[in-house]
Write a protein that binds this ligand. Structure first.
Ligand code: H2U
Ligand code: ZN
Length: 346
């Protein structure tokens, strides 16, 4: 029998943040691809779209008109999934039916007045202003006594469900800590209790040593394909220093975060020569007032594209019934992303 190889043999990988497993089938990337291969036309957008509900001066669905903003612009989501002032209440039938009222709020953050831009195409200084707005929003919303967690994210591209190509992201804040950050928070706390060190500080040290999955890096942050990545070109942005939230970043680190965001998203666009769709978000310390020494700020980017601008990964079959699976190894994905230019080619 040949020796076990991560690059050759089917195996499972463990995600220490979520305690879930992923099936990796590297031998399958050798199978022939008989599906259609298409190239998507590169979409060119105007800098202003009179029909866009996020462009400066335009009217939104609820009838409110946007101000003639020149930088970033934040407003309360007109169709908010979470609402403030929900009456406290619980519905319970033993251990079987259980529901609880969930107050919160939702906001939309326009990254730029320019309808044609994306984070990748924006100037670093303008991306830095987005980081500043995220930080201010996290501080302001998180300070509210009824808010326990602030989720900042961006859905980019129609296939990710984004309703509008205007550069924007969302903030959903809730009373309780939602599932994903709760699981990651518990895993980080458990690791700290067991090892006396931070899970993601230790993980970053392992990756810095292995240098097999790093995409790009700067003084403050490292972008890498995690060992346990589920999506083909999934990435994680990790702070080099143990910061629990955006509030703990220094001025230089905020600029470094803007820099790594622009560089990673530019590489994404260059990969298949298309404005690359993804869901990206910031995971950070809850704002419920409890101490969180184990929380290490990080970002996840989950892009669905698989092998071209039109071939998308779906989580179906085995993945819905058993566990997620991938063919391309995280090492191969990282090597492809690391080899790309940081000059915009799209
Ligand atoms: P997405 O593109 O990620 O769906 O974000 C756009 C958000 O903007 C979405 O949550 C909100 C939608 O509810 N929205 C408004 O608040 N006002 C509008 O006039 C249209 C869309
Ligand atoms: Zn617009």
């Amino acid at each position: 029998m040949p020796e076990f190889s991560l690059a050759e043999h089917p195996h499972r990988r463990y995600n220490p943040l979520t305690k879930q497993w992923i099936l990796v089938s590297p031998h399958r990337t050798k199978r022939p691809w008989l599906g259609q291969v298409e190239t998507a036309p590169v979409e060119r957008r105007p800098t202003y779209d009179p029909m866009c509900y996020l462009c400066p001066g335009n009217e939104r669905a609820g009838g409110v008109r946007n101000p003639p903003y020149r930088g970033t612009f934040v407003f309360d989501n007109d169709f908010a999934a979470l609402l403030p002032g929900v009456p406290a209440g619980e519905y319970r039938h033993g251990d079987l039916l259980w529901a609880r009222a969930e107050p919160g709020l939702c906001r939309v953050v326009c990254f730029s007045p320019d309808h044609s831009l994306t984070l990748a195409a924006m100037e670093i200084g303008d991306v830095r202003r987005v980081v500043d707005v995220w930080t201010e929003q996290y501080a302001e919303i998180g300070a509210r006594p009824e808010i326990g967690y602030v989720q900042i994210f961006e859905n980019k591209g129609a296939i990710m469900g984004s309703s509008n190509p205007h550069p924007h992201g969302q903030i959903w804040a809730s009373a309780s800590v939602p599932q994903e950050p709760a699981v990651e928070g518990a895993a980080q706390a458990e690791y700290l209790a067991r090892h006396g060190r931070c899970l993601l500080c230790d993980y970053l040290a392992v990756e810095a040593d292995a240098r097999e999955r790093i995409i790009c890096e700067n003084e403050g942050f490292v972008a890498l394909v995690p060992f346990w990545a589920t999506w083909p070109f999934e990435a994680m942005i990790l702070g080099r220093r143990h910061a629990a939230s955006l509030l703990d970043l220094t001025d230089d680190e905020r600029t470094a975060l803007a820099d790594i965001l622009k560089r990673l998203t530019t590489r994404y666009d260059n990969l298949f020569q298309v404005s690359f769709p993804y869901t990206m978000g910031i995971h950070q310390q809850p704002t419920d007032g409890a101490p969180y020494p184990a929380w290490h700020l990080h970002l996840h980017a989950y892009p669905p594209l698989l092998r071209s601008a039109t071939v998308k990964k779906f989580m179906v079959g085995y993945e819905m019934l058993a566990n997620p699976q991938r063919d391309l190894t995280p090492e191969a994905a990282a090597a492809r992303l690391a080899a790309l230019s940081e000059e915009r080619q799209v």
